[in-house]
Design a protein around this ligand. Structure first.
Ligand SMILES: [Zn+2]
Length: 183
């Protein structure tokens, strides 16, 4: 399913991507995320199968009962990458999933949005979106503060470990020096 607003291209973020064919005003329904409507149980089966195979999932939550499996060739919107500072957002309007411009987008800009992944899996999804706001992982915006906090604590712990190791090494070399200088 195409759209007058987009063209395919090689992504700066990852693999293929979608680009603005022309300037897109904020609030525009850029492209619909289409696919096969499946039950939650079927969605879970497909998700597990694809994750086990190391692939992408492409399952989009539609409502309490159904999901959309966007892994079909006619779903161009599946090419849109995640960004920690995207220019689009998603909305479900009368049973249709839309990718909507969250700000004015210039011609030639790559489209992206927040995939909104669960907190539980953040370490499995490194992010290379290149945004100054990038957390380093693909995770829903509302969880990013927690991920940042954990990463900061880990960095501090590893810096402490390095300082301790260096302090230990210099103490050892001081001991060696003292021994060597003994008559
Ligand atoms: Zn990122």
């Amino acid at each position: 399913m195409g759209s007058e607003w987009v063209r395919r291209g090689r992504s700066r973020i990852h693999g293929g991507g979608l680009y603005a064919r022309k300037p897109i005003p904020k609030g525009t329904r850029v492209i619909e995320y289409v696919g096969e409507r499946i039950t939650k149980a079927e969605a879970l089966r497909r998700e597990q199968r694809r994750l086990a195979a190391g692939g992408s999932v492409y399952v989009f939550e539609l409502n309490a009962r159904y999901d959309i499996d966007g892994d079909v060739p006619w779903n161009l919107a599946r090419l849109i990458n995640h960004s920690c500072e995207g220019n689009c957002e998603t909305d479900i309007i009368r049973g249709h999933i839309w990718i909507i411009a969250s700000r004015d987008i210039a011609a030639g800009e790559e489209l992206s949005y927040d995939y909104g992944f669960d907190y539980a899996e953040w370490r499995n999804h490194p992010c290379r979106c290149g945004s100054p706001k990038c957390v380093g992982y693909i995770v829903h915006q509302k969880h990013r503060w927690r991920v940042r906090k954990i990463l900061k604590a880990e960095r501090a712990a590893s810096a402490r470990a390095i300082r301790q190791k260096n302090a230990g090494a210099s103490a050892a070399s001081a001991r060696r020096t003292r021994c060597a200088s003994r008559p």
